[in-house]
Design a protein around this ligand. Structure first.
Ligand code: KG4
Ligand code: ZN
Length: 342
């Protein structure tokens, strides 16, 4: 199974081997991130993203096949990210996947990007078992889902405005930390006091499993303005640590509430924000105290990559949740709720 990811600012290609009932195995994956290209603009420029995917996708495919010592003729299925994401960027991966499959006379399968994130922990050595609660925290989504099996996803709660990743990115940007700011903000936070600034914990006591992060960003902006034109390093580190603490506290409390509400004892975290060390530490502590389990993808597979797309496609085929087809007239779905995938 070849998997191609091109929904946003990372071109990812991967090869997984799968047969029978055992978990699919990652044979090779390669990634090109466009972060540096977009950094000059403070965010992703869709047209530049599409053009760069075009430049990268075939060389990455060649690299992956060479790494795995495999040839094109050995491919059984070609998978690609069908959505959600940037339309032009998605079209590159979809077009290449379908053209490649058509040329090889092999079937194709379009995959939901968030299902890729959701199933990415199955690529780790500590793979979870169904059922579980999934906390999906990426740059564009923040959702809690009940996951009973491949393809059986029930939305428990989601953000009503900004995603957790956006809260990291927007706060980092207004603090002058560049784009994408999540990793930079979290690095700065390690030297600061989490109680340095009083920031809101939006919807913490809302009684449901929804999130809201837009107000937090405004509060960070207000605090940052109060610091004046030349804040000290200590003040900036404190603001970063306080921002991170607010986001993490809400994510942890709502995840625990979701586990309680469902009666499940297993949490699976995925998406770029799942790489955050403070979030992992807090979740590890909280779940361990209760005798519950928490699973994560490998650190380098938290953010977008081709491996999770190939993995999700292989697991869908194995579970009989999808069928690959020789229908090469592709379309993409820039907006596509995860509970509408079947
Ligand atoms: O899943 P992802 O790669 O892309 C989407 O599908 O959106 O997630 C990217 C997001 C960005 O908002 C980025 O700032 C955030 O994940 N992120 C982090 C960390 N690493 C990535 N946020 C906080 N701490 C990190 N270590
Ligand atoms: Zn993603």
């Amino acid at each position: 199974m070849l998997g191609i990811e091109s929904s946003c600012d990372e071109t990812g290609v991967a090869l997984v081997r799968f047969d029978g009932a055992a978990l699919p195995v990652l044979r090779a994956h390669a990634l090109h991130t466009q972060v540096q290209m977009h950094a000059a603009y403070g965010g992703v420029v869709p047209e530049l993203a599409s053009r760069d995917h075009i430049r990268r996708v075939l060389p990455l495919t060649t690299t992956v096949l060479a790494q795995a010592g495999a040839s094109l003729s050995e491919l059984d299925v070609v998978a690609y990210t069908r959505g959600p994401g940037l339309a032009g960027a998605l079209l590159v991966g979809a077009g290449v996947a379908c053209a490649l499959a058509a040329a090889l006379d092999k079937p194709v399968l379009g995959v939901h990007h968030l299902e890729g994130h959701l199933l990415s922990p199955f690529l780790s050595t500590d793979a979870p078992q169904f059922p579980f609660v999934a906390l999906l925290v990426s740059g564009g989504h923040t959702q809690l889902m009940r996951v009973d099996a491949v393809g059986q996803y029930t939305l428990l709660g989601e953000t009503i405005d900004d995603a957790a990743g956006e809260a990291f990115d927007k706060s980092a940007k207004l603090m002058g930390l560049g784009y994408p700011g999540g990793p930079a903000l979290s690095r700065l936070a390690t030297g600061g006091r989490a109680d340095a600034f009083a920031l809101p914990r939006p919807l913490l006591h809302s009684g449901n499993l929804d999130f809201s992060f837009a107000g937090l960003k405004t509060a960070v902006l207000t605090q940052h303005r109060r610091l004046g034109a030349s804040p000290s390093a200590e003040q900036l580190a404190g603001l970063a640590a306080s921002t991170q603490a607010a986001i993490v506290e809400v994510l942890v409390k709502k995840s625990l509430a979701a586990l309680k509400a469902t009666g499940l004892k297993r949490l699976v975290v995925s998406g770029g924000v799942g790489a955050n060390a403070e979030l992992r530490k807090r979740l590890n502590d909280a779940t361990m105290r209760r005798g519950w389990q928490v699973h994560y993808p490998e650190l380098d597979l938290c953010t977008d990559n081709g491996a999770m797309i190939a993995m999700a496609a292989a697991m869908r085929l194995q579970a009989g949740a999808a069928q690959a087809s020789r229908h090469y007239a592709f379309d993409v779905r820039p907006r596509w709720p995860l509970d509408q995938i079947s």
